[in-house]
Design a protein around this ligand. Structure first.
Ligand code: NAI
Length: 339
């Protein structure tokens, strides 16, 4: 360790009050010194780190080569992601600067899968509208017509921890479940999931739910060409990463009434919006303003992970990862260790 860095100290970025609550609560068994910053980690905010061996970051922190170089100069040795996705970290640069990078691979796949289903049910049965209506003593059903999920075809892209949990929920509703992944999963086939090509997913699904990571192959996987393949009135659900969707193409698809419903918990430009209260601000992002104006679009602000069970696991696994890396530069759970 660098003479500058304290192995016991962890500096957190992009923290919200609930991060502090959960990490403080579970630190008793670990005894780390915790410092919390609300600000995002980026090349301007690295300067806040003093004598820490570990930084703990979240989905919208910027951990590119420039930041990693600055972290290394500060004596930081470990980048601990308190999330599953890691597309915001330059892993090659981390290797170059001999930085260890860990994540929490499967803190609660159910939390995200259940939120994806909640979005489907809300868009379909319009419970958000019904809630407001009856509070104004409007008991009319006009405009609330939904469809049975039973018997509909749901196409899942990415059948890892979350995709698998979501498939089980969809099967429970009596849906026909199709899936695409770079590798088929025999356990899921036994449950009744049929693995097909991406093209078949796009052409035959009534609902498409994205559960793959963001990478070079999946960036803008929902684009003009793939939307053209889809059934009219298709429902698209994205609880994975914003850049899986090419936003302008989806806006066009909604305007042309090709896309019947859109549920997004993530958004390509979410970094400037999500996790903040901007209720008094003028939002400069025209695409999100446009999306939020459609009656058949539901936006939630990256909350799919946000359950008590998930936050507990995130705190416990993050601490265990850091403890293990400090003790022996390794982690038993190989999925948790990225570099
Ligand atoms: P996982 O690593 O268990 O599963 C990802 C699956 O996607 C794997 O089966 C993998 O083979 C597959 N995949 C990789 N490249 C693909 C491609 N080109 N096409 C199709 N499939 C491909 O990850 P997990 O835990 O299921 O999470 C999935 C994603 O969900 C994460 O990468 C993250 O972006 C997102 N997430 C969102 C949260 C939220 O709060 N909205 C919370 C947690 C994760």
């Amino acid at each position: 360790m660098s003479a500058l860095s304290d192995p016991n100290k962890i500096v957190f970025f992009s923290t919200q009050p609930y991060d502090k609550t959960f990490f403080d609560q579970y630190n008793d068994d670990f005894g780390f010194e915790l410092e919390f910053f609300e600000t995002q980690l980026n090349s301007q905010t690295v300067i806040l780190i003093e004598k820490a061996t570990t930084v703990c970051v979240f989905v919208n922190d910027i951990v590119n080569e420039a930041v990693i170089k600055q972290l290394a100069e500060k004596g930081v040795k470990i980048i601990a992601l308190r999330c599953a996705g890691f597309n915001n970290v330059d892993l090659e640069a981390a290797k170059k600067y001999q930085m260890k990078v860990c994540r929490v691979p499967a803190y609660s796949p159910q939390a995200v899968a259940e939120h994806a289903m909640a979005m489907i049910l809300t868009l379909n049965r319009k419970t958000h509208k019904a809630y407001n209506r009856v509070r104004e003593q409007n008991f009319s059903l006009n405009g609330l017509l939904g469809f049975d999920l039973f018997g509909k075809t749901i196409g899942i892209i990415g059948t890892g921890n979350i995709g698998k949990a979501f498939a089980k929920i969809a099967l429970g509703f009596g849906c026909k479940v199709l899936a695409y992944d770079v590798a088929a999963n025999p356990e899921m086939e036994q449950l009744g999931v049929t693995f097909v090509s991406l093209e078949v997913i796009f052409k035959t699904s009534d609902i498409i739910s994205l559960h793959c990571p963001l990478n070079e192959q999946t960036k803008h996987i929902i684009n003009k060409k793939t939307i053209d393949l889809m059934k009219k009135n298709v429902m698209i659900i994205n609880t994975s990463r914003g850049a899986l969707i090419e936003t302008n193409s989806v806006i066009e698809g909604l305007k042309e009434e090709k896309i019947g419903y859109l549920g997004i918990d993530v958004y390509e430009q979410e970094e400037k919006l999500f996790f903040k209260d901007l209720s008094d601000d003028i939002i400069q992002d025209d695409a999100i303003q446009c999306l939020m104006s459609f009656p058949n679009v539901l936006v939630t602000a990256h909350q799919a992970f946000f359950t008590n069970e998930a936050l507990t696991q995130i705190a416990l696994v993050t601490f265990a990862n850091i403890k293990s890396l400090l003790a022996r530069n390794d982690i038993d759970n190989k999925a948790a260790l990225l570099v």
